[in-house]
Design a binder for this molecule. Structure first.
Ligand SMILES: Nc1ccnc(=O)[nH]1
Length: 150
């Protein structure tokens, strides 16, 4: 699992789109156990006035032609450590692994994933960490209103 993975690249792309849209810059991508891309998405809390569309939940909900069973054993790539809600989604859909781009700006309940038997790989890459740093510099109120104070 590395920054060369297609899933990582797509998650990062989604995160960058989110930043360009003025949103919380978190992107995600789900890759099936056979390597197929099963979903992708980004946080649109600000763009759509949503409270629950995080990068990860957007990715799970992005392609309704994917049978729910396909998520079993999949890998979830996310540019940011999973929050409690998305930790629940990862457990619910049965992914086997979560690859995290940034655990520096936010750290969710990683142990809950691990206790559920999900492997967590933390990459802490400069580019994912920087996405959130850019948001905090430009619009601190967005970050502290939604995630930064959690
Ligand atoms: N891991 C995440 C934290 C906060 N918001 C998101 O969309 N994703």
């Amino acid at each position: 699992m590395s920054t060369h993975d297609k899933g990582y690249q797509i998650a990062l792309e989604e995160g960058k789109k989110g930043l360009a849209e003025g949103g919380i810059p978190v992107g995600a991508c789900i890759v099936g156990s056979d390597g197929k891309i099963l979903g992708r998405g980004r946080n649109t809390e600000i763009q759509n006035g949503s409270r629950i569309v995080h990068g990860e939940t957007a990715a799970f909900d992005s392609d309704h032609s994917v049978p729910q069973s396909a998520y079993q054993g999949a890998t979830l790539y996310t540019t940011m450590s999973c929050c409690p809600m998305c930790t629940g989604a990862a457990i619910w859909f049965g992914v086997k692994r979560v690859v995290v781009g940034d655990r520096v700006n936010y750290r969710g309940p990683q142990e809950t994933l691990e206790q559920a038997g999900i492997e967590v790989i933390v990459l802490d890459t400069e580019e994912c960490i920087d996405l959130t740093k850019q948001l905090i510099e430009k619009s601190p109120e967005k970050w502290y209103g939604l995630i930064g104070d959690k």
